[in-house]
Design a protein around this ligand. Structure first.
Ligand code: ATP
Length: 224
């Protein structure tokens, strides 16, 4: 049987890379039938606040998180880009590198899907790649913006469509995972254990580099 290359991209601030990111990446790899998955730490995401850890620390942590996972690599191109980071630019660059016929995917969580129509040139994303979506607790019951809902209805497929290079949507069957990078930062800031929240080498990195110790709590506001 001929080898069919299928490339997947997973971009994020990864501040830090956590267990839900890892579980999503694994489900994405198997459900979209990826032959290679590149994790792409974001440079300066324009549509959200700045990262807490430095780009070097975020990159080092993603590398540690996937070092032993077959088929996953880290692509640091967005960290070298000047100015705002746009997913559409990253996908266009990678599309130019792999050629027009190789299936290309990108992955987002359900919370990002709710904001997709605010992304730079968002409709162009579908001419460059397929979209995989991981359900996220709290966002799966909210209505999609009408323009995104239209794309969802027309492009959603029950299985990965790797006989075409781009343009479909796949909803991962992965159960919702209630974990966020902010929860990890909050746990460190309030001196709680994080060994169950991030891969072990990342927990050690955070501790050894003293990251997130002064993160203000996003909790209940009841701290004394
Ligand atoms: P923060 O808490 O700082 O907002 P985060 O946990 O959302 O961070 P990001 O690096 O911003 O982490 O996430 C990268 C991508 O992964 C985004 O598309 C986001 O929607 C998705 N994602 C992160 N955590 C989850 C989760 N638990 N379930 C589904 N998607 C997730």
């Amino acid at each position: 049987m001929p080898f069919h290359r299928v490339v997947g991209i997973f971009g994020g601030t990864f501040d830090p890379f956590h267990m839900a990111h890892l579980r999503m990446a694994q489900a994405y790899q198997s459900e979209a039938c990826l032959t290679e998955l590149r994790l792409v730490p974001a440079g300066a995401p324009y549509h959200r606040g700045g990262a807490v850890a430095s780009p070097e620390d975020r990159l080092a942590m993603v590398r540690l998180g996937v070092a032993d996972v077959p088929g996953m690599t880290v692509d640091d191109r967005e960290l070298h880009r000047r100015g705002a980071t746009f997913t559409v630019d990253t996908l266009a660059e990678i599309r130019a590198e792999i050629g027009p016929t190789v299936p290309l995917w990108f992955l987002i969580g359900g919370d990002s899907l709710l904001q997709l129509d605010h992304w730079h040139h968002w409709r162009q994303l579908f001419s460059l790649a397929h979209l995989a979506v991981a359900v996220r607790p709290g966002s799966d019951t909210l209505p999609l913006p009408p323009a995104v809902e239209t794309e969802w209805r027309t492009r959603l497929k029950p299985r990965a469509q790797n006989d075409v290079a781009s343009g479909t949507i796949l909803r991962l069957t992965l159960p919702p995972l209630d974990l966020s990078a902010s929860a990890v930062r909050d746990a460190v800031g309030s001196r709680q254990p994080i060994s169950h929240l991030v891969p072990p080498p990342i927990a050690s990195y955070i501790q050894n580099h003293g990251l997130y110790l002064h993160t203000p709590s996003q909790g209940t506001g009841c701290n004394s």
